[in-house]
Ligand binder design. Structure first.
Ligand code: BDR
Ligand code: CA
Length: 322
């Protein structure tokens, strides 16, 4: 690349996000929506952290507070085979901790599924999945050609290799929710890149940072404080951590600043049997070819989040604090 081409601004990356908001999903969505490097074309809502009705309501509320209108779809209401289990302890009964939200209750039967959102795209997109991959597995069953034509890159917050699980000793939540769906997605060998707990556990908001959001001038940041303090209590009790892991921010940060993560090609399998190993991801010589994030510059992702979403935490704002 010569100096002239290096100086050219990149065209915004077309992105579709499949998400289950969810407290860290909310930060990830706001970062994506506030980043000129990305062109968010649509959002598909999944069950996961909460029910699909709550997650849809939460996404509508996030968009309203961000002042944005976007096409919303519904990717999945429940796992392929497993019983629906949501993350009440982690994200609270609404999915957004203690942040006030309107009542749910929209009938979602006629909302577009993920394969329709993808089929509507005139050009290939990056698909970012921030929840269980049930919606993508269903899209692959219904419209494999559409998925293969449209998804030029799939970045998924899912799985773990060396890091401890966060749902069982072995398994990460999104993988645990629907291991059969993950197995189908892996088998499809899309250009899938996994951003799992090995790297996301290094991206934290501290309790001090979360406390400072309570005094933010910006109403959205005070609303986020109400969500995050619930998430913090969960991490204190269950992870013995005086801060919280904001997993879903990382794939979005990587799209904005492509040197945030380093990936290794490997062959990956997921355990689908019942019991503790359910949802465990592991290297297997016969597994699917994927790339998995093994290195992270967490400071890059943290800085992006502070500059674009949690601006009260920016060093320049410290002097203005009441
Ligand atoms: C993942 O599970 C959910 O609790 C988070 O939103 C994130 O997507 C982390 O294991
Ligand atoms: Ca999520």
């Amino acid at each position: 690349m010569n100096a002239a081409t290096a100086a050219l601004p990149r065209a915004p990356i077309p992105v579709i996000i499949d998400t289950d908001p969810g407290i860290d999903d909310t930060l990830a969505l706001l970062l994506a929506l506030r980043s000129p490097e990305l062109d968010v074309r649509g959002i598909a809502i999944s069950y996961g952290n909460t029910t699909v009705e709550n997650a849809h309501r939460n996404c509508v509320e996030i968009l309203r507070r961000a002042g944005r209108r976007l096409t919303l779809g519904v990717s999945a209401r429940r796992p392929l085979k497993r019983a629906l289990a949501v993350a009440l302890e982690t994200h609270g009964p609404t999915g957004l901790g203690l942040a006030p939200v309107p009542a749910p209750g929209v009938i979602l039967d006629f909302v577009k599924p993920l394969d329709r959102l993808l089929a509507d795209q005139a050009e290939p997109v990056t698909l970012v999945t921030l929840g269980p991959v049930t919606g993508l597995a269903l899209a692959l069953r219904r419209e494999p050609a559409v998925v293969r034509r449209t998804v030029k890159r799939h970045l998924a917050m899912i799985g773990n290799l060396r890091a401890a699980g966060n749902t069982t000793r072995y398994a990460e939540f999104n993988a645990w929710c629907d291991p059969e769906a993950l197995a189908e997605v892996l088998r499809a060998e899309l250009p899938t890149e996994l951003v799992g707990l090995d790297v996301t556990r290094k991206l934290l908001l501290t309790s001090g940072e979360i406390d400072r959001l309570a005094r933010a001038d910006d109403e959205l940041e005070r609303w986020l404080h109400a969500a995050l303090r619930f998430y913090l209590d969960f991490h204190r009790e269950h992870e013995r951590l005086d801060g919280c892991v904001i997993n879903d921010v990382l794939p979005i940060a990587e799209l904005i600043a492509p040197d945030t993560l380093t990936f290794e090609p490997l062959r990956l399998a997921v355990d689908v049997e019942d019991g503790e190993p359910r949802g465990r991801t592991r290297v297997d010589p016969n597994g699917a070819r994927v790339r998995m994030a093994t290195g992270v510059r967490a400071d890059v992702a943290h800085r992006l989040l502070v500059e674009r979403v949690l601006t009260t935490l920016a060093p320049a704002a410290a002097g203005r604090e009441r």
